[in-house]
Design a protein around this ligand. Structure first.
Ligand code: GLN
Length: 293
């Protein structure tokens, strides 16, 4: 943004127009201005278009624009992103929440909602907390407990800040540091275990450049075939699920067959893979036949 604007009155309408001209994207420009103006809601931003921005707000916008123009994904620049019905604080310690993961959460909510009167849920490798916190938010307050875990203390800090932003539903959430099933209490059987684990093959030619450049490698890569973490989760979760409990995993578009095989070998039944909105096989679902504990 032009420096002369710092010292004179400028309205949000002008800032939005200038930002849009500068970056060539009116929607992104609006989101950046909304965050810089601290509007809690989009309609609030529209109502204050003729108000003057403060110097502090313009500096915030300038700082965001510098990052945006350096190629940083707009979600990280904004520092927040919506996921289903909740707003998550995000930064480079966690993956950007994605639309296909909203569908994974939807399936997990559907399965968990059919269980009652209580439901014990785990979202493993939660990152920003997206899946687990959306579940806590959308499922009945009464009887729902959601464990969210991550092996990255940095990611869990982000998830914890998002629990705080969840309101009363946050009281149903427990956060635990640790790798996959190791993070969960050993003496409880879960009704639903859900995860969006790393599933990209190391050296995958398909990974988008911006994803590899900006998002945390630990949340993306899982060995030569991308299945290392899925193997661990599928293998270790049978003994941690209640009889008839559900395992729900986000998987890579080309992993449907190997993941079906892994689930079948581990004893899962009613195995199903559902597509995302782009028609790609993305959501693997299986049911634990019986508990081994
Ligand atoms: N969907 C992400 C991508 O390929 C990968 C996320 C993951 O590994 N869980 O951009």
């Amino acid at each position: 943004m032009a420096d002369e604007l710092h010292n004179q009155t400028v309205t949000w309408r002008e800032l939005w127009n200038e930002t849009a001209d500068l970056i060539g994207d009116r929607a992104h420009a609006r989101w950046l201005c909304e965050v810089a103006s601290s509007s809690a809601r989009p309609d609030e931003f529209l109502a204050e278009l003729d108000q003057a921005a403060t110097v502090r707000m313009v500096s915030h916008l300038d700082a965001m624009l510098a990052r945006y123009r350096a190629g940083e994904p707009v979600q990280y620049v904004l520092g927040q992103w919506s996921f289903r019905h909740i707003e998550l604080a995000i930064d480079r310690r966690v993956l950007i929440p994605r639309p296909e993961t909203e569908l994974v959460a939807e399936v997990a909510i559907e399965k968990a909602a059919a269980i009652g009167p209580t439901r014990l849920i785990a979202d493993l490798g939660t990152g920003s907390g997206a899946i687990g916190l959306a579940m806590a938010y959308e499922l009945p307050r009464e009887g729902t407990t959601v464990w969210i875990t991550d092996v990255s203390a940095d990611a869990l800090d982000v998830a914890r800040s998002n629990i705080a932003g969840l309101g009363p539903a946050g009281r149903n959430v427990r956060a635990a540091l640790g790798s996959w099933l190791d993070a969960l209490p050993a003496d409880e059987l879960f009704d639903v275990i859900v995860a969006n684990p790393p599933y990209v093959a190391v050296d995958s030619p398909d990974l988008e450049k911006a994803v590899g450049d900006w998002e945390p490698a630990g949340a993306l890569f899982a060995g030569p075939d991308g299945l290392d973490d899925i193997r661990t989760i599928v293998g270790e979760s049978t003994s941690r699920l209640r009889k008839g409990g559900w395992l729900i995993l986000e998987i890579g578009a080309d992993q449907s067959e190997p993941v079906r095989e892994l689930m079948a070998a581990a004893g899962y039944v009613d195995i199903e893979v559902r597509p995302d909105l782009a028609g790609l096989d993305r959501i693997a679902i299986g049911r634990a036949p019986s508990s081994t504990t």
